[in-house]
Design a protein around this ligand. Structure first.
Ligand code: DAT
Ligand code: MG
Length: 168
């Protein structure tokens, strides 16, 4: 299995509905490392660039309006880079099919997503393949915002002493 990195965006619908924790808990179960994480405002330009392959589709304007947070009164998204063996497929599977009504009910989109007025409120974005993952990570993160695989592995295995939540 290839060691890969993939972009996850927790979309404004999930933030507005208090689903951030549910998404992160599910993704935590995949055994991947988080090598990048931040909250950021999404400009029309960034949203348009992110979804450039879908320009010209009838739902494109709704997609941009959704990702920029205008539909939910949320002016930011949460962006993550997950890394590890088979990361792209693992995250896609946890996310589920694009259309929440078609998605496996055990997936995040199947469990929490919904369709409203032509917009798929499908909770999260997950890169679809290696080429898209590379393009999207470069679009959303500067190189100095990402941990190297070695740094992330070290953090994953090192618990600070004396932190009450982490004692057995
Ligand atoms: P995915 O997000 O599963 O990679 P995609 O890249 O084909 O799916 O499309 C990006 C987003 O566009 C998707 O999350 C929701 C929206 N979308 C796709 N197809 C749509 C449709 N037929 N009607 C409305 N929105 C759609
Ligand atoms: Mg896609």
């Amino acid at each position: 299995m290839a060691d890969e990195a993939t972009l996850v965006l927790i979309k404004p619908d999930a933030i507005a509905r208090g689903l951030t924790g549910a998404v992160l808990t599910r993704l935590d179960q995949l055994g991947l490392r988080v090598v990048g994480a931040k909250a950021l405002r999404v400009s029309r330009r960034l949203a348009t660039e992110h979804y450039q392959a879908l320009r010209g589709r009838p739902f494109f304007e709704g997609l941009v309006t959704h990702l920029t947070g205008q539909l939910h009164g949320v002016d930011y998204v949460l962006a993550f880079v997950y890394a590890g063996p088979d990361a792209i497929a693992k995250v896609r599977q946890a996310a589920g099919a694009t259309d929440p009504e078609q998605a496996d009910p055990a997936s995040l989109r199947g469990a929490f997503g919904r369709n409203t007025a032509g917009v798929m409120e499908n909770i999260l974005h997950a890169s679809s393949d290696a080429r898209e993952a590379e393009r999207e990570i470069a679009l959303w993160f500067r190189p100095d915002e990402l941990l190297s695989p070695q740094q992330a592995a070290k953090r994953a295995t090192t618990q600070p002493a004396g932190v009450p939540c982490c004692r057995a």
